[in-house]
Design a protein around this ligand. Structure first.
Ligand SMILES: Cc1cc2nc3c(=O)[nH]c(=O)nc-3n(C[C@H](O)[C@H](O)[C@H](O)COP(=O)(O)OP(=O)(O)OC[C@H]3O[C@@H](n4cnc5c(N)ncnc54)[C@H](O)[C@@H]3O)c2cc1C
Length: 424
């Protein structure tokens, strides 16, 4: 189950969501979707648009977990760059993945535009190099994308980076106008409304306790109700292993922390992020940030695998002040955390557990666009068109080492290692 807790500034700045009832009956459906984050909501709306009877079961409320708490950044590509994917998977497979990741961004934009989802969508994502080696790697990747994928970004030197971002913390950055940012909770709630309009029934406060199958279909069981469905879509990301223990070796999770300052006073509001893009740096345990429409700096980062600290602001603020020392007198007003589903390869993990049950999870910090696409591909797969779903399903998944007992300590050790590497 997701950790309890507020969605911080996002909950305060989004319109209240409609109350949806829990499941208290037995229903028959063509498809039952478990989880109402981007994956589940997008699956539901694409299935419903195609005419399927869809029931969504959500343990809490729509957008309660990562989809309502995240950094809101819309990334280009995957966590591995295209050159690495070409070497690992071959050029054809890498290119198919690239096309789908490009589609993921346009899917978000199209959904927002077509259904008039009010979610503060903006264009622009800057990847800031934390050192010279990272800058050289960004340049190589930019040249590769331009040459082989006709995808153009713009490198910025230290002076321009300082002018656009309002900090001299970086030797350079890459501006990607194809990336962007949005208000994650508004987007999730918007998707829920669109799915309902298309005919999907969403039940909240309805944790699924078990799924079993017999000849009549898959039985998706909640405490007070049951859905019998031809197809089940597991869209529970970091929490998948609770329902499907066979997925436990493949899906890890880390807590990530987000904060929001008070609205930045003049002139800081103009000089910090003058470009109004979102920013992510190149560290393993990265800083990521952007400005809200009401002029706050939403600064996120740090990670922990267990025992997340109570004092989130105290954890994140020192990093923010390292990047933006001029914010010393601007208070941080909100701090919240969310659980990020990660895989060992940092590639999304798609697959099937039976002929009726498919899943997509583990977007590894890039789910705003990819989970929205993941839901669409799950819907295609459930409707008998698995080809595009299989482009992701064919990526070899790797198990986290250590078995049930050792997995947590080993991931924690890996995180610590990454923090040390970032520090040198
Ligand atoms: C703090 C943070 C920052 C992030 N920043 C970014 C970013 O800037 N850009 C980006 O692209 N990605 C980011 N991500 C990742 C992104 O948010 C996720 O990849 C994406 O939201 C995953 O969507 P999802 O629908 O698969 O999962 P979730 O949004 O986690 O939804 C899963 C749903 O399943 C429900 N559920 C779980 N178990 C059950 C059950 N048994 N029965 C019924 N329902 C159940 C949960 O309540 C939840 O609502 C971030 C994540 C976090 C946590």
């Amino acid at each position: 189950m997701p950790p309890p807790g507020p969605q911080g500034y996002y909950a305060e700045s989004a319109s209240p969501a409609p109350l949806r009832p829990p499941l208290r009956e037995a229903l028959r459906a063509d498809a039952c979707v478990i989880g109402a984050g981007y994956t589940g909501l997008s699956a539901a709306l694409h299935l419903a648009h195609a005419g399927a009877r869809v029931v969504v079961l959500e343990a809490e409320t729509a957008g309660f977990a990562a989809s309502g708490r995240n950094g809101g950044q819309i990334h280009t590509g995957l966590r591995k760059d295209q050159a690495e994917l070409e070497t690992w998977l071959g050029k054809g497979h890498a290119r198919d993945l690239w096309s789908l990741t490009e589609e993921s961004k346009s899917l978000v934009r199209t959904l927002v535009a077509t259904h008039d989802i009010d979610c503060d969508l903006k264009s622009g994502l800057a990847i800031a190099a934390h050192d010279r080696a990272a800058l050289a790697a960004l340049v190589r990747d930019a040249e590769h994308l331009a040459r082989d994928y006709a995808y153009n970004t713009r490198m910025m030197d230290a002076a321009e980076t300082a002018q656009q971002l309002g900090t001299s913390a970086y030797p350079g950055a890459r501006m990607d106008r194809g990336g962007g940012h949005l208000h994650p909770l508004k987007f999730a709630r918007g998707l829920a409304q669109v799915a309902e309009k298309a005919g999907a029934a969403i039940f909240e406060n309805s944790p699924v306790l078990a799924v079993d199958e017999d000849r009549s279909g898959a039985n998706v069981r909640c405490r007070d109700g049951l859905v019998i469905a031809d197809r089940v879509v597991l869209a529970t990301d970091a929490f998948s292993a609770a329902l499907a223990p066979q997925l436990a070796p493949y899906i890890g999770h880390v807590e990530s922390f987000v904060t929001a300052t008070a609205p930045l006073p003049f002139p800081l509001g103009e000089t910090i992020l003058a470009c109004d893009a979102a920013v992510a740096d190149t560290r393993h345990v990265l800083d990521y940030y952007r400005k809200s429409p009401d002029g706050r700096l939403l600064f996120a980062g740090r990670e922990s695998y267990w025992n997340p600290p109570e004092d989130i602001i105290g954890l994140v603020r020192p990093r923010m002040l390292k990047v933006f020392p001029l914010l010393a007198n601007v208070p941080t007003e909100y701090g919240w955390r969310g659980t990020v589903g990660i895989t060992r390869t940092r590639m999304p993990h798609f697959g099937k557990l039976s002929s009726r049950l498919s899943f997509a999870h583990g977007y590894s910090g890039q789910g705003v666009a990819l989970a929205t696409l993941g839901g669409k591909l799950l819907a295609e797969e459930a409707m008998g068109k698995p080809e595009r779903f299989d482009v992701f399903a064919r990526v070899p998944a790797r198990k986290f080492p250590g078995g049930t007992m050792l997995r947590k300590p080993l991931i924690t050790a890996a995180l610590l290692w990454f923090k040390l590497v970032d520090a040198v």
